[in-house]
Design a protein around this ligand. Structure first.
Ligand code: ASP
Length: 590
């Protein structure tokens, strides 16, 4: 038996006069005391069913019982709608079905929320995700996702990449997050780590002679959940042998453009613009700048060296942005509160009113040369950062983003992809003073910089590159180290002893010593890419069954405690549980 011979959303005037069977969900039911109208919905759209007791008494009987979200099968004739009931907003709006047979295939208990309800609490949506997924928004997001991912796969295939599965349970592939651990019954007391990424395995695929590897790889990272972060997520993960940076960027751009084209959207033009890490930091105060708007950070360090204003004179750096608005005192106060939250001591400012009048507690200390350097037009406010350069850039970068959004400086129709290049290889932890890698421990230094002062590697540049879309970091990659000595030097620089390096990464060092080709790769976060593509504010909207910010899954109730005998078998002991904090609401966090 066949449940249906056409989809609900497919019916058009061409079908008038035909008898068809359709099946789907009762989207709405309207009883006009005699005639019953049912909108029947499936993944393609909706069709209006008309049940007329004079035409089909049994169907009319069944129709009386129907409630929203019952699953129905209807057989009948497609007819033209009367002119007054044509619905131009619906693709099937010129026709309807005069029902002859109506079967209830499945019933529904009363719904916790209606599918057309706006602003349903997100935890409730996730608790009943099967209902939530029936909504247009979710259906659209997941079909869009499928189209984009298929296009990426085809693009990789066309560029001779092969899909290789790498282990989820491993020794841990350090990407700078905590590992999720998996106890092992056969070896009680020992643990696998869930792969934070396939990083080392994909490099070993290159040593293994595969030449070009890719995978839509799941990665697990124990980090706080946010708008753009979940415990588990996927990457378009790739690695290539005998390549330079340009080859990798080219492959990634091809994959991005292919998915835009598959979705029928105007693709960003290639090559994507590039800026260096230094430029990103000094102009935008971020290594993933949103360059859809200006409001660039400017430097006043040189002109303020002799300033009468001690805060400026004594600061390592003085930088500023010029906001296109003369802020009131209370608006400035709010900005200052934010700046303090981000670590600034205060927020010096100069307001230039529409009439050109300057309002500022510090203006009297500023020499004409200092004021002239600022170049603020009437109707603007200069906001300063003074202090250590890193802190100044960070605070002004956040302020810039905040003002970009608040003042509506961002054109939401713009799609700007760009590369950030020339990152430092190492960065220093502000508190401990320890050096660590900027990207991961396997990124190669730029050619010619293979030897450095291991105690103080400040100036060494790495062959690391990031892809940014509208201020979201989509992914990172690098040319890798393929020389075992350079790899050992990186391990030493980040503080690993010879023994530690051997015990954690001995297998990689051995592989590098057995004929490792030059290689490099990239990984792009699939959910971030899709969320941006779908215009969603967070990645939960493009993950079928995501977790909420407390780290739980409202649908299954996981994670759960485990019985003692199960734990014993695994060689694990649960220490007393912390009292659970109340479930925080799932917000549109940043
Ligand atoms: N493994 C890196 C990451 O997950 C990407 C790469 O370097 O290819 O961010």
């Amino acid at each position: 038996m066949s449940w249906r011979d056409l989809y609900c959303g497919e019916l058009r005037t061409d079908h008038i006069g035909k008898r068809v069977t359709v099946a789907g969900w009762a989207d709405t039911r309207r009883d006009h005391g005699g005639l019953v109208f049912i909108d029947l919905r499936d993944h393609t759209g909706k069709l209006q069913l008309v049940v007329n007791p004079e035409r089909a008494a049994d169907a009319a009987q069944a129709a009386r019982e129907i409630r929203n979200e019952f699953v129905l099968q209807a057989e009948g004739e497609i007819v033209a709608r009367g002119p007054e009931s044509v619905n131009p907003n619906l693709p099937t709006g010129d026709v309807e079905m005069q029902v002859d047979k109506l079967s209830i295939l499945s019933r529904s208990t009363p719904l916790p929320f209606q599918l057309d309800e706006e602003n349903v609490d997100e935890t409730l949506r996730l608790r009943y995700r099967w209902l939530d997924l029936r909504r247009d928004r979710m259906q659209r997001n997941f079909r869009l996702q499928h189209t984009a991912i298929s296009a990426m796969r085809r693009a990789m295939d066309a560029q001779s990449f092969i899909d290789v599965w790498t282990p989820s349970m491993t020794r841990g592939t350090p990407e700078g997050a905590r590992d999720f651990l998996v106890p092992v019954r056969l070896q009680p007391g020992k643990f696998f780590a869930l792969a934070q990424s396939p990083q080392i395995f994909k490099q070993l695929c290159m040593v293994g002679g595969f030449d070009r590897y890719y995978q839509i790889a799941t990665c697990w990272r124990d980090e706080d959940l946010r708008a753009d972060r979940q415990f588990e997520f996927r990457q378009l993960d790739l690695e290539m042998a005998f390549v330079e940076r340009e080859d990798v960027l080219d492959v990634m751009e091809t994959a991005v453009v292919a998915s835009f084209e598959a979705l029928g959207r105007a693709a960003p033009s290639r090559p994507f613009p590039r800026i260096s890490f230094d430029e990103a930091m000094t102009r935008y105060g971020s290594d993933k700048p949103d360059i859809r708007f200006g409001l660039e950070i400017q430097d006043a360090t040189a002109v303020t060296r002799e300033s009468e204003f001690g805060v400026f004179r004594n600061a390592e750096a003085v930088r500023f942005i010029v906001a296109p608005r003369a802020f009131s005192r209370s608006e400035i106060q709010r900005l200052e509160d934010l700046a303090k939250e981000w670590g600034a001591k205060g927020l010096a400012y100069v307001v230039v009113g529409e009439d050109g009048e300057v309002r500022s507690p510090i203006a009297k200390f500023l020499a004409p040369s200092e004021l002239a350097a600022i170049e603020a037009p009437p109707g603007s406010t200069v906001l300063f950062g003074a202090g250590s350069d890193a802190a100044v850039l960070r605070v002004l970068g956040l302020l810039r983003l905040h003002l970009g959004r608040e003042l509506g400086l961002i054109d939401p129709d713009l799609d700007v992809f760009h590369w950030v290049l020339d990152f430092p290889l190492f960065e220093q932890d502000e508190e401990s003073g320890k050096w660590t890698f900027m990207h991961h421990a396997f990124t190669a230094p730029v050619a010619g910089a293979e030897v450095w002062d291991e105690a103080s590697p400040a100036g060494v540049r790495g062959q690391h590159y990031d892809l940014v879309w509208n201020g979201w970091e989509l992914g990172s990659g690098s040319i890798r180290i393929h020389d075992v000595e350079v790899q050992q030097r990186v391990f030493r620089t980040i503080g690993l002893t010879e023994e530690e390096a051997q015990s954690k990464f001995g297998y990689l060092l051995e592989a590098l010593a057995m004929g490792a080709p030059p290689h490099g790769g990239f990984a792009m976060g699939i959910e971030r890419f899709i969320a941006l593509m779908a215009g969603e504010p967070d990645i939960r909207q493009v993950i079928a069954f995501p977790k909420v910010s407390s780290g739980s899954d409202p649908l299954t109730g996981a994670p759960t405690p485990m019985p003692d005998d199960v734990l014993r078998e695994l060689g694990v002991q649960a220490v007393a549980e912390e009292p659970k904090p109340p479930e925080p609401p799932v917000g549109r966090d940043a």
